[in-house]
Write a protein that binds this ligand. Sequence first.
Ligand SMILES: [Zn+2]
Length: 483
Amino acid sequence: MSGGTLGVTHSKGEDFPEWYVEVVRKGEFVDQRTPVRGCDVIMPWGYGVWERITEFADRLFKERGVKNAYFPALIPESLLKKEAEHFAGFTPEVAWVTEAGDSKLGERLALRPTSETIMYYMFSQWVRSYRDLPLRINQWTNVFRWETKATRPFLRSREFLWQEGHTVHATLEEADQEVREMIKTYKKIFEELAALPALVLQRTESDKFAGALYSVAFDTFVPEAGRALQIGTVHNLGQNFAKAFGIKFLDRDGNEKYAWQTSWGISTRLIGAILAVHGDDRGAVLPPKVAPVQVVVIPIVFKGKEAETVQKATEIGKRLEKMGVRVEVDSRDEYTAGWKFNHWELKGVPLRIEVGPRDMEKGGVTYARRDTGEKGFVKETELEKVVAILDDIQANLFKRAQKRLDEGIVTLGELEQVKDAISRKKIARTFWCGDPRCEERIKEETGGEIRGIKFGDGENADGESCVVCGKRAKHVVYVAKSY
Ligand SMILES: [Zn+2]
């Protein structure tokens, strides 16, 4: 299936955008050679990563009492318009269906850019009493955002896969609590599964989700690009949508009240983040927990010992499989061992095991770690050590990414310094008075933007001055370029 030169030709540090596209294509995660630009094919290897994400996330959602459902992809314009801010926020990138066969439709239908409107139209018919609450519904589906900017596989595409969770509650406190719980859940997915550290930031008023009371987002960091990358969001929608769609319930006190809502989502963008953050000049580096294949076993054949070596490699593969490891034994004889090394490195398989005559004589196998390149030997009688090595790779990738995120943040008090830091591919931690005009100035002057204020523990800006106007600062903010 692969075409062109094997191996990555661009350097991640020197030319990140080209490097990224090359890894995605040559690693067979995505094929962009489709008839509609920005609507890409997610290849089996890329989809395998998505399957690991969906399995892990779906289990956590269900533990929280979330139920899966499916809502229609087509949303009438009148429905999309019901919440004014929401409509204004999404209109520029909505794709419309205007005709059926030869006749024009009476009302144009949007291909869902997100499903608040269609879901809440239904919720208003489902929610009657406090007994119906809380309501927690999720769907795993595709959405369309007709991007006019340059598209980039996984990071910015016109059609992508995601999950969108939508909950309905009796009180603001319960909705706030739901936001906190979902932040914990997402943190687990990002850190434990994807090995991605992230800043948990409350977006500013100008940057929050269209129609939300407030938005909290997870930003991971790609040092080579000097960009923050949003990998998940949790919104407290307040009562804005409940009022627009008439989601009301009869409370215990006998009064009819508007409900409080939240929504939250992660998408295939997470795959892009995994590639962008962990990858190196040899290609993708997949954390074991998301890797479709965790260990590739490669027989190193010598004349006269072919059958014996392949047989041993197959046996090793079977034993690892029994330990719960996802294994591929690559015994294709039309490729050299060297070609196979490059091929599986490019695809990001966490661990390679070589079975050669010398290893067999010594009663074991040689391994090579994808994250560090480190090589070692494991005795056949101690094959379970492979599981521990995979755990160590998973932990090491998170630690490495966390260190690079920490090192990427610099605290600065002058606008010139912030500008300089952004140009040096850093995240600037600085101080802001809260005035949208100062926020705008930061954007104009530095090329970065305020990504938000740390959510929850709220960092203290006491005694600091706004980086733009010099007035008393209200917030510690993080400024960066982003995708
Ligand atoms: Zn200011």
